[in-house]
Design a protein around this ligand. Sequence first.
Ligand code: LR7
Ligand code: MN
Length: 575
Amino acid sequence: AGEDRPIAEAYRQDHRLPNQNRIESDRVKENRGAFPDPDAGPVMPFKEDDQDNDEPQQKKEEDNLVLAPPQELPGEMGKAVVLPTNLTEAVKKMVDDGWLKNAFNQYASDMISVHRSLPDPRDEWCKEPDRYLTNLPKTSVIICFHNEAWSVLLRTVHSVFDRSPPELIHEVILVDDFSDMDHLKTQLEEYWANEPKVKIVRAPKRLGLIRARLLGYDYATGPVLTYLDSHCECTTGWLEPLLDRIARNSTTVVCPVIDVIDDTTLAYLYHDSTGVNVGGFDWNLQFNWHAIPNHEKKRHKNTAEPVWSPTMAGGLFSIDREFFKKLGTYDEGFDIWGGENLELSFKTWMCGGTLEIVPCSHVGHIFRKRSPYKWRSGINVLRRNSVRLAEVWLDEYSQYYYQRIGNDKGDFGDISDRRSLRNNLGCKSFRWYLDNIYPELFIPGEAVANGEMRNMGYGGKTCLDSAARKSDLHKPAGLYPCHRQGGNQFWLYSKAGEIRRDEACLDYSGQEVILYPCHGSKGNQYWDYDSVKKLIRHGSSDKCLGIDAAKKKLIMERCDPNLDHQKWNMENYDR
Ligand code: LR7
Ligand code: MN
């Protein structure tokens, strides 16, 4: 494994730029321009000429200044790479280009060895003797990419080879989803030419990540499949605990803990096993993270034990190949991005399997703030995928998703095959899944009103509006012209008097009206709606909710039934 190599040896191999790690054909040399030029950029801690030269040499004093000791290579041990602020214009441009193409700091990544060392985030429990079975099955590792950065893709693959027992890696399948970046063409093939375990599969047209994964599945021959995104880094001992769970029960689908590789500094950030989260979803059919619920905590003696998770994030998991096949792999009608993570999660649980997060296995992933590549134009891919998912797996609960998209399902294609798959497998109901696997989820059907919250002042065109994401919590709730499309204007009025969406509740503590995580204890989150007078009276302050048109914000005032801007229409009110 990478970390075990003696430092000097590691240094000899690692102190090159990523682009120097490959076999350099003439054509590849011409491509050099695509990578940072060490002379133009921030001072690199080495000089090219010094590599592989063990002869003692006469050194000038300045050489000693430039040569840094091995432990100070950029990004080693998962450390942050912080670019100097006084970059030349040329370098600044390269940094900006890297961000533009990838939505992460490619320039910083290119400075880091593709074999960089990482911290070992595992608990001691994970390393105890006989923790894992000795005869583990081999895995095919499948990595799909569409226009991934060179150093990032290579580091993903090397981290697999550098930190897995070789006998457990059956093959690494790189699925190129119709990329057009030059470095992903022959350069990639030449780089891996001497590594028989690496297979490169090219999609004949843009498939999207779900069908690209299915293409990889078609080529894979190992008994276990392990999927990774193309911007990951595996840590020491990541693989054995995953394969161990599958060896013990082939219907267990397992995910590593997904650590954060910072998009700006490429720092590897992790928590110990007390900080493990599990996956959930909201009625927008979006994946989210939660603390481990108490009923699950009670099943464990040690925090490093595998935990049941209602859903998976999607990109990083291992599954028995036959079980994946039995579950009908993925819906081939899913395009580009999204929905497949919930599909696989729901059917794993509903059709006889178990989904776990394995705290002994840590893999890093570069989390981006935007999607860098082209989606399809003219169609809402994510909605189409999610409607297919809802139609096949959600039973009567699909209505809660449809409410959120203004009941506009659009054209979602033919799903009859997926429905018969579910019938033939004899899977349990979605209600069973909610009751048993995800009892924490708030069910909108228990609400007294659902839909828009329209203010009657100033012509009655203004609605309560907020994305209510995690990042919107603790911030003022917004207003926007009513658009009748659900989404950020879809609210639930719960029996408990909350005005909420998912885990966000309207909350007033004397200052601004904000969104705050729902706490279920009334107080600042208790709103009493009088459906005749149309007033919304706040529990702890006894004031009424209104709007200030000039400031375009929510206000709290002494209740006055004569003021239109204190009157609200709650959609589908039914008490
Ligand atoms: O058209 C495409 N073709 C591809 O091959 C689009 C993407 N891809 C590749 C892409 O290069 C990448 O390797 O597919 C992989 C995933 O795409 P990302 O990295 O843009 O997705 P993401 O990390 O933003 O999104 C998460 O949700 C997706 C839903 O479809 C997938 O399941 C991703 O794998 C998933 N990533 C993770 O689970 C990592 C943890 C993120 C979280 C939470
Ligand atoms: Mn990703």
